[in-house]
Design a binder for this molecule. Structure first.
Ligand SMILES: [Zn+2]
Ligand SMILES: [Zn+2]
Length: 336
C-alpha cells in the first residue's frame, strides 16, 4: 500500500489527499441526478449503514421492554449507560487500538505526522490528550447521551409522542431514516456555529478544539454545555411522527458517528491492497484551521457562507483572504 498514489506528504511528514474534497452533489442547482446516484453508496456505506445496523440491534435486543420504559427507574437507565459505553468502547476502542496503539498502518494516510500521545499540554486533564478525552467521553458525554435516550424512550413508552409503526407508515419512516444523517448535520451546523461565537467558544467549545490533532477518543471530548446542545437534536422525534428505532439511530449517528471526522487517517487499511475511505478530512480541517467546515460537506451551508475548505491550496488562499479581511474589519471597528 503506497499512500503517495493518493496524496502527498510534506517535509513535516503530514499527508494530504491529492484531489480536492467534493461536497455531496445534493442541494445543487441544476439538479444532478446521475451524480446523486453515484454518490449514494458513499452516503450509505460504510458509516450510515453501520449506525443503522447498530440501532436495529440495540432496539431489537438491547433495549428494555415498553412496560419497563414507562416508569423512570435508575436500574434500566444505568443499563442504557453501560450498554452505550460498551458500544463506544468497542467502536472507538477498535479504531484507537488498530491505528494509534498498534499503529497497524504506521503513518500511511495519516494527516498529522505527530501522535496525540506525544502531545503533553496544560490544556488537558493530567496534561495528556488521551486521558483527558477518555474521561470527558465516559464521565460527561455518555451520561448526557443516556439521559436524552432515557427521556425520549420514556416519552415514547408513555404514548406522549407520535409513535407511528413501520407497517402503517413505511414510506414516511423510510424517508425519515434516509434523511436523518442530513437532519443531524443541519442541527450540528447550527449549534456548531453558535458555539464558535467567541464568548461561547472560550467558555465551552475550546474544550473540544484542544485536540487540534484528534484521535477517535477526541470525538466526544466536549464541555458539558456542548453535550447538552449536541444531543438535543434527538428531541425532534418527540415532535414529529417517528419511531423509537429512529430515535436510537439518530443517537448512534451522533454518538458513534462522532468518530467520523476524528479518525485522523484518510483511509483505513482493511487488507493488503484494500483501503476504506474514512470520510474524515472535512472535520480534520476544521480541527486544524478552526474557522472552516462547520459541517462536513453534506449540507450546503459552508459553501453558501464561504467557509467550505476542500483541502486544496486554493482553499487555503481563500481562507487566508477571508481571515485577513475580517481582521481588517475588526481593526477598523476598534479604531472607530
Ligand atoms: Zn471535532
Ligand atoms: Zn468547532
Amino acid at each position: 500500500m503506497n499512500d503517495l498514489l493518493y496524496g502527498t506528504r510534506n517535509k513535516r511528514g503530514d499527508w494530504k489527499p491529492k484531489d480536492a474534497m467534493r461536497p455531496a452533489p445534493v442541494f445543487v442547482w441544476p439538479p444532478r441526478p446521475l451524480a446523486i446516484l453515484q454518490w449514494l453508496p458513499h452516503y450509505l456505506l460504510p458509516w450510515n449503514a453501520l449506525f443503522f445496523g447498530l440501532a436495529l440491534l440495540i432496539w431489537s435486543f438491547l433495549t428494555p421492554s415498553i412496560e419497563t420504559l414507562r416508569t423512570l427507574a435508575p436500574g434500566w437507565i444505568l443499563y442504557l449507560l453501560v450498554r452505550n459505553s460498551a458500544v463506544v468502547l468497542l467502536v472507538y476502542g477498535a479504531l484507537e487500538l488498530r491505528l494509534y496503539v498498534r499503529r497497524a498502518q504506521g503513518n500511511q494516510f495519516k494527516y498529522n505526522a505527530k501522535w496525540p500521545t506525544d502531545n503533553r499540554s496544560d490544556v488537558f486533564w493530567f496534561k495528556h490528550q488521551n486521558i483527558d478525552n477518555v474521561i470527558r467521553t465516559f464521565a460527561v458525554g455518555l451520561p448526557i447521551w443516556t439521559a436524552y435516550e432515557a427521556f425520549v424512550l420514556w416519552v415514547f413508552a408513555n404514548g406522549w409522542a407520535h409513535w407511528v409503526s413501520f407497517a402503517d407508515h413505511p414510506i414516511w419512516l423510510a424517508c425519515l431514516a434516509f434523511f436523518l444523517p442530513m437532519i443531524h448535520e443541519l442541527h450540528f451546523y447550527c449549534i456548531h456555529r453558535l458555539i464558535h461565537w467567541p464568548p461561547l467558544y472560550r467558555a465551552v467549545h475550546s474544550v473540544h478544539h484542544n485536540s487540534a490533532n484528534p484521535s477517535p477518543w477526541s470525538s466526544l471530548s466536549m464541555h458539558p454545555v456542548e453535550h447538552l446542545l449536541y444531543w438535543s437534536g434527538t428531541l425532534l422525534h418527540l415532535v414529529i411522527p417517528s419511531h423509537p428505532l429512529l430515535a436510537i439511530y439518530h443517537l448512534q449517528i451522533s454518538g458513534v458517528g462522532a468518530v467520523v471526522g476524528h479518525i485522523g487517517f484518510d483511509r483505513i487499511a482493511v487488507g493488503k491492497d484494500t483501503t476504506l475511505d474514512a470520510h474524515t478530512y472535512a472535520h480534520y480541517l476544521h480541527h486544524k484551521y478552526f474557522e472552516v467546515n462547520y459541517a462536513d460537506g453534506l449540507m450546503p451551508f459552508d459553501r453558501l457562507f464561504g467557509t467550505w475548505h476542500d483541502g486544496t491550496e486554493a482553499a487555503d488562499d481563500r481562507m487566508n483572504a477571508r481571515l485577513k479581511a475580517r481582521a481588517r474589519r475588526l481593526t477598523a471597528r476598534a479604531k472607530a
